[in-house]
Design a protein around this ligand. Structure first.
Ligand code: 5GP
Ligand code: ZN
Length: 114
């Protein structure tokens, strides 16, 4: 997708700090981390948000969740805890319209979120 910064990260047109890559997913450190561990996981195929994932592509969602769980384990925060955030559309504060799962950990989180 043209003009999508996350598609550009996938294509290495914008540098980023990669954590993981396979044929379907990449994970990289957030440029403006909100916790000691703040990683973004995205599908290589462009979908603007959760609202745009069709039912027949639901494996995109399980791939993101299971990979986030694996990375949390590898980063040593699976037992202490972590938060997954999937901002969707305007009221959530979504800023980048290529679906991304935030993996946040390494500190105690508060609730409710802002
Ligand atoms: P959203 O608010 O859309 O859920 O989150 C977008 C996230 O992408 C933000 O946490 C922001 O810091 C991150 N981000 C935006 N542009 C870039 C970039 O060019 N590189 C990286 N690594 N993260 C970015
Ligand atoms: Zn994109």
């Amino acid at each position: 997708m043209e003009n999508c910064i996350f598609c550009k990260i996938i294509k290495r047109e914008i540098p980023s700090d990669f954590v993981f890559e396979d044929e379907n997913i990449i994970a990289f450190n957030d440029i403006n981390p909100q916790a000691p561990i703040h990683i973004l996981l995205i599908p290589k195929k462009h979908f603007a948000s959760l609202n745009d994932i069709p039912e027949e592509k639901k494996e995109v969602l399980s791939d993101l969740l299971l990979k986030a769980r694996q990375i949390a384990k590898e980063k040593g925060i699976a037992r202490t805890g972590y938060r997954l955030v999937l901002n969707t559309a305007k009221d959530s504060g979504q800023e980048v319209f290529h679906i991304h799962l935030h993996l946040l950990g390494g500190r105690r989180m508060s609730w409710p979120p802002g």
